[in-house]
Write a protein that binds this ligand. Structure first.
Ligand code: NAG
Ligand code: NAG
Ligand code: NAG
Ligand code: NAG
Ligand code: NAG
Length: 417
C-alpha cells in the first residue's frame, strides 16, 4: 500500500513538472514602430501530442491573469490570428521554443501576452502564468531632472540624475546621445546621466536622443544649479593711486544663483575691522588720507555669503602735488635765471666791444706798458717820473687814443736809462 502511494505520487509529480512555460524577460519596453521579441521556452508531458500553440492577449475588459483569452496574437492556425496582428508576427516554431517576434509595435499593442498549448487530450492544455507585460515607449523623448531631495531646487553638491524618458516607459538597452547646450557629451550613452556632486559648471540646457535615429532629439531641459556667491571681486573706479580730494568708487561684483541680494563693505585699519557701507558700490566723494586702507566686501544671496579678497587702497597726499608743483616752479625759475644771465652776458659783451672801440680804459694800458718795460730791462730801476699830463685845453693833442699814451711813456722810460 505504501509502495503504491509513493509510486502514484512519483508519477503525478513527474507529470505535473513537465508542464511549463517560462518567459524571459517578463516585462518589456520598446519604441513605437520597432520590433519586439518575446523570449519563451515551454515543456509538456511526452506522452501527449501538441495540437495548438498560441499567443494571446486578454481584452481590455477581461481578467489579465491569463484565464481569459481575448485577442489571438499568434496561432498555429494562421487563419485564427486576430486582424491587428495578422502579418506582424513570426513564431520560432522550434521544439519547445515558443519565442515570438512582433513587428511594428504601436500603442495599441500595450498589454499582457500569454503563451498557451493545447494537446490531443481535450483536458490537457496549459497557459504559462504571468505572461509578458509589453509597454510601448511613445516619443518624443524628454529630459527629467531628479534629486534625492524633496525640494525641486538643486544646490551645488547635490546628487542629480538626468533621465532621458519617453511616454509610458523607456527602453534602457538602447544607445542614447546626450547634449549640453547643444554640444555632444561623448561619455554619456545610457538613458541616465548621473552627477554625484553637481557644481555650477554643470548648469545648462540638456537634451537627449537615440543614437540610431536622429529624429528623436528631445527638447532642452534646464539644469539650474543654485550656489552661494563666488568669485567676489572689488574693482576701483580710478587707477591704483588715488589723489587726495578726488572722487572714488569701489564696486563689488560676484557670480551667484540666485542673484546677490545684499552687499556689505568693510575696512581694516590697524587690525580693526569696521563696516563702512552697503550696496554694490561704495562711493567716496572726496578721498582723504583717512580713506586709505584695506577694503573687502561680502556678497549674500539666499544660499549664503562670500567675502572678496582684500583690496589695498592708497591715497596720495596733496604734499606730493605741492612738491611737484614747486619743483616745476623752481625749474621754470632756474630756466628764467639762465636765460636772464645769458641775456645779460650778451648785452655786456656787446657793450664792452663798443666801449673798447670808442673809449679804451686809459690807466690799464699805462700799467701794462710799464711792466713790460721792467721785464725787458732787468737792471733798470723804475723811476716814477712826476708826470704832468698836459691840460686838456692845451694845444697838445688830446690823449684820447692809445697811441698817444704809449708815446708819452716811452719817452719816460728812455729818460730813466
Ligand atoms: C528560440 O527561437 C528564437 C527565434 O528563432 C531564437 O532566437 C532563440 O535563440 C531560440 N531559443 C533557444 C533557447 O533555442
Ligand atoms: C506600422 O504601423 C502603423 C500603424 O500602427 C502603420 O501606419 C504603418 O504603416 C506600419 N508600418 C509598417 C512598416 O508596417
Ligand atoms: C537655456 O535655454 C533657455 C531657453 O532656450 C535660454 O533662455 C537659456 O539662456 C539657456 N541657458 C543656458 C545656460 O544655455
Ligand atoms: C539624419 O537622418 C537623415 C535622414 O535619414 C540623414 O540624411 C542624415 O545624414 C542623418 N544625420 C545624422 C547626423 O545622422
Ligand atoms: C575700531 O573701529 C571702530 C569703528 O570705527 C571704533 O569705534 C573703535 O574704537 C576702533 N577700535 C580700535 C581699537 O581702534
Amino acid at each position: 500500500m505504501i509502495y503504491m502511494i509513493i509510486f502514484l505520487q512519483g508519477l503525478l509529480s513527474a507529470a505535473v513538472a513537465s508542464w511549463s512555460v517560462s518567459y524571459d524577460p517578463k516585462g518589456m519596453c520598446v519604441f513605437e514602430g520597432s520590433s519586439v521579441d518575446f523570449s519563451c521556452l515551454f515543456d509538456y508531458p511526452d506522452y501527449l501530442k501538441l495540437t495548438v500553440t498560441k499567443w494571446f492577449r486578454p481584452g481590455k475588459n477581461q481578467k489579465q491573469d491569463g484565464s481569459q483569452q481575448g485577442i489571438t496574437v499568434h496561432h498555429s492556425n494562421i487563419a485564427l490570428i486576430s486582424w491587428p496582428y495578422k502579418g506582424r508576427t513570426a513564431y520560432a516554431n522550434q521544439n519547445k521554443n515558443c519565442s515570438l517576434r512582433l513587428r511594428n509595435v504601436s500603442k495599441r499593442d500595450i498589454g499582457r501576452y500569454f503563451f498557451r498549448i493545447e494537446t490531443n487530450d481535450y483536458y490537457e492544455k496549459f497557459t504559462g502564468s504571468g505572461g509578458i507585460q509589453l509597454k510601448v515607449a511613445v516619443l518624443p523623448l524628454r529630459v527629467i531632472v531628479k534629486t534625492q531631495k524633496a525640494s525641486e531646487q538643486i544646490d551645488e553638491g547635490d546628487s542629480v540624475t538626468l533621465t532621458c524618458s519617453a511616454e509610458n516607459c523607456t527602453p534602457t538597452e538602447e544607445s542614447f546621445l546626450w547634449f549640453k547646450n547643444h554640444l555632444l557629451l561623448p561619455q554619456a550613452t545610457g538613458n541616465e546621466l548621473r552627477i554625484s556632486s553637481v557644481s555650477h559648471s554643470d548648469a545648462g540646457n540638456y537634451s537627449c536622443g537615440l543614437k540610431n535615429t536622429n529624429t528623436t532629439l528631445s527638447a532642452q531641459t534646464l539644469l539650474d544649479v543654485r550656489y552661494q556667491p563666488k568669485d567676489v571681486e572689488i574693482s576701483v573706479s580710478s587707477s591704483e593711486e588715488i589723489q587726495e580730494g578726488n572722487p572714488l568708487t569701489l564696486t563689488c561684483k560676484s557670480k551667484a544663483n540666485p542673484a546677490v541680494t545684499h552687499y556689505s563693505w568693510f575696512k581694516i585699519t590697524d587690525a580693526n575691522m569696521s563696516s563702512v557701507g552697503s550696496g554694490s558700490e561704495l562711493t567716496i566723494r572726496s578721498a582723504s588720507l583717512q580713506d586709505a586702507g584695506l577694503y573687502f566686501c561680502t556678497a549674500t544671496n539666499h544660499i549664503g555669503t562670500q567675502k572678496s579678497t582684500v583690496k589695498a587702497l592708497k591715497v596720495a597726499s596733496d604734499r606730493h602735488f605741492l612738491l611737484s608743483a614747486s619743483a616745476v616752479f623752481l625749474f621754470v625759475m632756474a630756466m628764467l635765471l639762465v636765460l636772464f644771465v645769458l641775456f645779460v652776458r650778451k648785452k655786456l659783451f656787446t657793450s664792452q666791444k663798443q666801449t673798447a672801440e670808442q673809449m679804451p680804459a686809459v690807466t690799464e694800458v699805462i700799467y701794462e706798458n710799464l711792466r713790460k718795460t721792467e721785464s725787458e730791462t732787468n737792471t733798470s730801476t723804475v723811476i716814477y717820473a712826476d708826470l704832468k699830463l698836459p691840460p686838456s685845453n692845451s694845444d697838445r693833442p688830446c690823449c684820447n687814443s692809445q697811441e698817444c699814451d704809449s708815446v708819452i711813456y716811452s719817452l719816460i722810460i728812455t729818460t730813466t736809462e
